[in-house]
Design a protein around this ligand. Structure first.
Ligand code: SAH
Length: 223
C-alpha cells in the first residue's frame, strides 16, 4: 500500500511514522508513506498556499490551485482508490472504515489548515471525507496520522501474531478483555487465577466472557 499525505506543514507528520510499528511496516516494504509539502505546488511569487476568504470573516482558506496541481501530479504516476480530505464534518472513522481502507492500494490524504480548503476542492477533487471525531483540530495532519495508523496496522504482516489486530477491540464487534503481565501479585492486587491456570480453553472462555461484559458496560450500542 502507498499513502500520500498532502499538507502545508510537513514537519507535523515527521514523528508518527518514524518509530515503532509504523516505521517497521515501512522498513518491511509493506507500506510507503510519502508526505508532500504543498508549497512547491504554489505558482505565486511567495509560494503561499492560502488566501483570505471571499465575503470576509476571520481565518485563511487553502487555495485550490496548489492542491489540484499536487493531486494531478500524483495521479500521473498511479491510480488512487480514494482521495481523502480530513474534515471534522466527514464520515466518522471506525474500525470498519479502517478495515475497508486497509484493502486499498493507493490513498491520498489531504490535510486542511486554518479555515479549511476552498469548497471547490471538496466538490471536484475529493472522493471521500473522514473525521476522527466531533471536535475541531488546528489541522488535518494529526487526523491523517490517526487514520493512517489505524489502517497500516491492519495490513497483513505489519503486526506480529502476538499483537494481532484480530484480538483488538471492535474487530469482532466487542471490546477487548483486560490484560495483565508480571508480577502475578503487586501490592496485594492479584491477577485473576484463571489466567495463571495454564488451562487454554478456560482462559479463552474467561476472555470471551469479559469481552462481552465490558462491551455491555462500555459500548452497549455494539451488542
Ligand atoms: N472551519 C472548519 C474547521 C477547520 S479546522 C470547520 O469549522 O469545520 C482545520 C483543518 O483541520 C480542517 O480543514 C481539517 O483538515 C482538519 N480537522 C479539524 N478537525 C478535524 C477532525 N475532527 N477530523 C479530521 N480532520 C480535522
Amino acid at each position: 500500500m502507498r499513502i500520500d499525505i498532502i499538507t502545508c506543514l510537513p514537519k507535523l507528520l515527521e514523528g508518527p511514522f518514524s518509530d515503532s510499528i509504523l516505521k517497521r511496516a515501512q522498513d518491511k516494504g509493506l507500506v510507503e508513506v510519502v508526505v508532500h509539502d504543498l508549497r512547491p505546488y504554489s505558482t505565486n511569487k511567495h509560494r503561499t498556499t492560502d488566501d483570505y476568504a471571499f465575503g470576509g470573516g476571520a481565518g485563511m482558506v487553502m487555495m485550490i490551485e496548489p492542491i489540484d496541481r499536487c493531486i494531478s501530479f500524483l495521479k500521473e504516476s498511479r491510480h488512487y482508490d480514494e482521495v481523502i480530505y480530513m474534515s471534522p464534518d466527514g464520515e466518522l472513522l471506525t474500525q470498519n472504515l479502517a478495515n475497508q481502507l486497509s484493502l486499498c492500494k493507493n490513498l491520498i490524504m489531504l490535510c486542511g489548515h486554518y479555515k479549511g480548503v476552498d469548497e471547490r476542492v471538496r466538490e471536484h477533487l475529493i472522493t471521500r471525507e473522514i473525521s476522527i471525531g466531533d471536535y475541531v483540530l488546528s489541522g488535518g495532519e494529526l487526523a491523517a496520522a490517526v487514520v493512517a495508523d489505524s489502517v497500516i496496522r491492519l495490513i497483513p504482516g505489519v503486526l506480529s501474531d502476538e499483537t494481532s489486530a484480530l484480538t483488538d477491540s471492535f474487530q469482532d464487534g466487542l471490546i477487548a478483555p483486560p490484560v495483565y503481565t508480571r508480577p502475578a501479585e503487586y501490592k496485594g492486587w492479584k491477577v485473576p487465577d484463571v489466567l495463571l491456570s495454564g488451562h487454554t480453553s478456560k482462559i479463552e472462555e474467561w476472555r470471551q466472557e469479559k469481552a462481552i461484559e465490558r462491551t455491555k458496560e462500555r459500548r452497549p450500542n455494539l451488542i
